[in-house]
Design a protein around this ligand. Sequence first.
Ligand code: ADP
Ligand code: MG
Length: 634
Amino acid sequence: MAQRVAVNDGAPGSKRTSRVRVAVRLRPYMDKQDEKGEGTCVRGLDPQKLEIINWRNATETLQYQFDVFHGEQTTQQEVFLTSVKPTLPHILNGQNASVFAYGPTGAGKTHTMLGSQEQPGVIPRAVKEVFRLVEAQEEEQDGWDYSVGMSYLEIYNEKVLDLLSPGSQDLPIREDKDRNILIPGLTHTPLSSFADFDTHFIPASLNRTTASTKLNQRSSRSHAILLIKVVKSQRGPPHRQQTGKLYLVDLAGSEDNRRTGNQGIRLKESGAINLSLFTLSKVVDALNTGAGGRVPYRDSKLTRLLQDSLGGSAHSVMITNIAPEYRYYFDTFSALNFAAKSKQIVNRPFVRETVLAPTIAPGKRAREEREAGGSGEPQNKKSKEGKKAEQSPSPPVHPHSSPDSSVLERLLALEKMMMGSAERERLNLLKTVAQSRKEIQMLKEKQKELEDKANKLNKQNEATEKDSKDALLFKTDLPPLLRKQSTAAKPRKQQAVVTPLQVSQVQPLQQSAIVCKPSQFLDKKKRIQTKVGEGKENGGADPPSSDEVNWESHLDSALLEQSRKKILQTLNSGSLKDLKSLQLIGDKKAKLIMGWREINGDFTQLEDLKKIEGITVKRFSSFIKANILSSMGK
Ligand code: ADP
Ligand code: MG
């Protein structure tokens, strides 16, 4: 009886968790439907980097770094040699490996995994290589026998179906005591050669469930999983046995299925596909961030099946396939974020030099792509013209300029979902900013204190010079501080007038709120009027509602209206950052506003804000007041 040996990457008992290596493959531009000549939205920069236009701001690009970037000209052989071949020898040593093709339908997953007669992909190349390695070992007469076998299955609607046994029912996934994942009842076909593999694999491939969708006539809606098993048995005692598994996976399309117009049963399929892909995303994330937390393998069939071949001591590669055409923008963006959440960089300086927003000259891009080792689409060849090259006569439509609000909404939702470490970094930065603001505020308060003292002194001086009646008149009709400042702190006198008002407005609600600059106020008169109103009625206590009426009534109604409009516009179309730049809106409120906007659409009036959780009538009033005063000065 053979003795099973648990292999743990040369370190028995170790719980080493390996990363999933991530490669990205950009297929050539081939959009025949692209009558508008929109060009590409993504390009390679070097063998690890690529960039995509930033949908939020087309003058920027987002750069991503991966373990490998395969440009448009990369051959099937190159993909195999760089991303797959190095993992194969491990299979002969009782270790597991997995290779996935991820990406939207039409981006080249099947081309990468299966390929064609003329351009065979990863699957035929890997199987051939496994046989070659086995033969080489056998020639060496190392005392072990090797046997190779295959299983082929698909996960469709969260059901595990055997492609080598058509008509089979959903198969269960089990785990043995050594933590190996098994599928009892799954056909295992022994293979004697590569030719043997072909005869079993090709007809089985035709059993795959494919359904036509708007996106692609032969869109795959299931995950196709080929398992190649190499069992290594020791000829002599103690007759040890090692099993190595290689999973070659052509995943279902990662596209957002709302766009395919899927209905009914298809929608259910979409949900199921998303569950497996969504879980895969979480698993890859957990493995690659190495947080040491739970890896949610059990949350979907796909990840459960791959549990012993993804992470742990297994060797895993994910080839993210992307398409360059603009019409794939959303799917490309989400696929890249899936593959590299924390590697996103907004690269302004580069963009200013080379990819000016409305005029990403296809010729220039193509040239750069060629320089970067890619091919670029030579649809609009242009000579080197320095800056002129940026002024393309046919500016490509970039997603930011497209008024497709549903895409924008989904991008926002995606961004929200993707708030990973990049967001954490941003929050840290915001914390630092908040800290600096606090310090500035403290300094301002200190300054105000000093200014007040100086004013008092001045008043006393003046009181001795003039009679008390004059002093009273002076105080109510004119901005006294301005005048008197001239004898106190010179360069900061204006600030001294305004700061106390701002502090008193903002402090009761939110200590860390941004203190407005003096220039944000309309004119001296209004400032004083407001201040007087504030001082009399508010007095630092809870503001009564009459206060709101009062301060507004001091302002020019046209300007007031304009300012309300401006705020409304920010509420409706502002980014998270824009929202947070509003007075009294922190991260949490900004997110709530975005969430409300996604669910309910645009705010029709500022008062809609009161419908948001946590924004009380009082808070709303303070919000309006602080923002109107602030925006009117801008
Ligand atoms: P997916 O499986 O992701 O839906 P396919 O592999 O079917 O995408 O690719 C869509 C089309 O693009 C196919 O006609 C395929 O031959 C072609 N294609 C994909 N990638 C490449 C590539 N790297 N080079 C040439 N053609 C490609
Ligand atoms: Mg496919």
